[in-house]
Ligand binder design. Structure first.
Ligand code: A2H
Length: 252
């Protein structure tokens, strides 16, 4: 990573039904996922949490909303104007990722009315918010983790997930990547014969194959920027999400 701070787009995903641990919270609750690829939000199929990471629900000054992220990310945000008192986080609850799995969410731009929080074991606690939005068409990590859950009933059961939270969700063609096609992550996964989300070396290779090409030469296949190059529309798309209050900018 570079020397300067990294800019992330925080994607707000509204919690449609809170778990019992959060039932006393009356404000709207959002999962906030940090992404480098806001233009891929058309392809969201779910939201990833790490079952063993601790998350907090905390009070923001943005429209009286409560956000869910790691404590670390909330602390950073407390220095970026997201809290009433600079540097201070008003913590309403602390939960493990496990306690937050299987929640219905509504997320921007995806055609799915409802998507669910599902487990991903490669989430790092010290990056972004610990909440990751899943775009299996364009992220090999996301595709591998989704296939793992779809293939293994025992894996779904272990986390108390219902089939309908996982099985109906397939990668959607949203970006055409030269030589890799309209489902670039699926193409890479299959070409490299990736077996699971634990296949670290091959996933690193897949990511190398996909990311730069998609970022520079990818062409949008959906939405208001259809036919345009990703690098030309990324900022405009981010602005659309910010103006609609469906996203925020976060640095770390
Ligand atoms: B990206 P960088 Cl479609 N642990 O969003 C693991 N991964 C995390 C994370 C965490 N705590 N926080 C964010 N991320 C993921 C979309 C996407 C992303 C696509 C393609 C590539 C891509 C959908 N998932 O990232 O280490 C998030 O996934 C390419 C690197 O800060 C976030 O953007 O460079 C990206 O990793 C941030 O990774």
């Amino acid at each position: 990573e570079g020397v300067g701070p990294q800019e992330y787009t925080l994607i707000k995903m509204k919690v449609l039904q809170a778990p019992k641990e959060l039932s006393s919270i009356k404000q709207p609750i959002y999962m906030v996922a940090a992404t480098l690829r806001p233009e891929t939000m058309y392809g969201q199929t779910n939201c990833w949490l790490h079952p063993d990471i601790k998350y907090i629900a905390w009070q923001t000054t943005k429209d009286n909303e409560v956000w869910i992220s790691t404590r670390r990310a909330a602390r950073n945000m407390a220095y970026q104007g997201f809290t009433a008192v600079e540097g201070k986080v008003d913590v309403l609850a602390e939960l493990t990722g496990q306690q937050l799995l299987g929640l219905p969410l509504s997320a921007p731009l995806t055609p799915h009315k409802t998507i669910y929080t599902l487990p991903m074991l490669s989430i790092k606690e010290d990056k972004g918010t610990g909440v990751v939005t899943s775009v299996p068409s364009d992220s090999p990590d996301d595709y591998a983790a989704l296939v793992d859950l779809q293939k293994k009933e025992a894996f779904r059961q272990k986390y108390g997930l219902k089939d309908e939270m996982v099985l109906p969700y397939e990668p959607m063609p949203i970006i055409d990547v030269p030589t890799l096609g309209k489902l670039s992550a699926v193409h890479a996964y299959e070409t490299l014969k990736i077996q699971s989300q634990n296949d670290k070396e091959k996933l690193a290779e897949a990511k190398e194959l996909c990311y730069l090409k998609s970022f520079y030469d990818g062409i949008m296949l959906v939405g208001e920027f259809t036919g345009k190059k990703i690098q030309d529309i990324k900022k405009d798309l981010q602005k659309r999400l910010l103006d609609a209050n469906e996203a925020a900018v976060y640095y770390e």
